[in-house]
Write a protein that binds this ligand. Structure first.
Ligand SMILES: N[C@H](CCC[C@H](N)C(=O)O)C(=O)O
Length: 275
């Protein structure tokens, strides 16, 4: 499956049981030797009866994440296509709590990624200096960059650039992804302001590299722009793989909603060697 080109292998662990280890995840995600994807998503029974499913997210390098916005939308489509539920309002358990997914009559899927988190200890982020107009200075290879830092259930650094086409995604992205100021590493967004309701964005994702789209990254960039007064509350996010929509009231405790396309591409059986 994919959401605007951010692609996933989604595994039903309700009608089957697998004890997947990081080596299995890396094999499945390997685009030459395995199936190939940005993330592997696990569909599991909930641990609490009031919820519908449990949702676990693993990056291509085998690391687990607490959030995947595009993946959540594909998750909602998957469980309905596989007749694991008929509901249109889903409560899904993630590593950080629960998230609401809604499937409209026209098939559009909205994901509630919860309220953004700016508390640096929860991102986690250890800033070199104090926040100034929602930005921090971050020294990378001798140069200081201005970044926004927040969590959408997973950590994000957001840089504002004049042009995403010219942004140093492949060089600066990995240096910030593994910067010591982010003890759990970080997803790195490069945001270009188009208007008060539109941005262009490229994301170097933690544990993957640059992806065609990043749902939580789109939310993090839009929230950062709204917080700095550069964007209105509804933002169209143009990514290399397609368009996502983010809405957030601007109130710190209000939830961030993500909408966008989903697609089911292929279904099959994978043979996992005992790892
Ligand atoms: N690489 C991210 C997880 C996937 C996020 C992205 N695919 C999305 O749609 O939010 C992380 O390690 O936090």
């Amino acid at each position: 499956m994919h959401g605007a080109g951010n692609d996933f292998v989604v595994i039903d662990l309700i009608s089957q049981f697998l004890n997947l280890k990081p080596a299995h995840i890396r094999f499945i995600a390997d685009r030459q030797r395995g199936i190939g994807c940005d993330q592997v998503l696990l569909v599991e029974p909930p641990t609490q009866p009031e919820n519908d499913f449990r949702y676990r997210i693993y990056n291509a390098d085998g690391s687990e994440s607490g959030q995947c916005g595009n993946g959540a939308r594909c998750f909602a489509r998957f469980v309905r296509e596989k007749s694991l539920t008929w509901k249109r309002e889903l409560q899904v358990e993630t590593r950080n709590g629960t998230m609401a997914l809604t499937v409209a009559q026209d098939g559009r899927i909205n994901a509630n990624l919860g309220a953004p988190i700016f508390d640096t200890t929860q991102i986690p982020f250890q800033p070199e200096d104090s926040e100034d107009n929602a930005e921090y200075g971050l020294t990378v290879a001798g140069n200081t960059h201005r970044i926004g830092a927040l969590s959408m259930g997973n950590p994000h650094a957001v840089l504002t650039v004049d042009s995403v086409a010219d942004a140093p995604v492949s060089t600066l992205g990995p240096l910030i992804e593994s910067h010591p100021a982010f003890p759990e590493r970080v997803n790195v967004g490069f945001m270009e302001l188009v208007s008060k309701n539109e941005i262009r964005l490229r994301v170097f994702e933690r544990g993957v590299g640059e992806t065609e789209a990043c749902g939580s990254g789109a939310c993090a960039a839009a929230v950062h722009g709204i917080r700095r007064g550069l964007l209105d509350n509804a933002v169209t996010v143009h990514l290399p793989g397609g368009k996502l929509s983010v809405t957030w009231s601007g109130a710190d405790n209000d939830d961030v909603w993500l909408a966008g396309p989903t697609a089911s591409v292929f279904e099959g059986v994978v043979k996992l060697r005992e790892g």
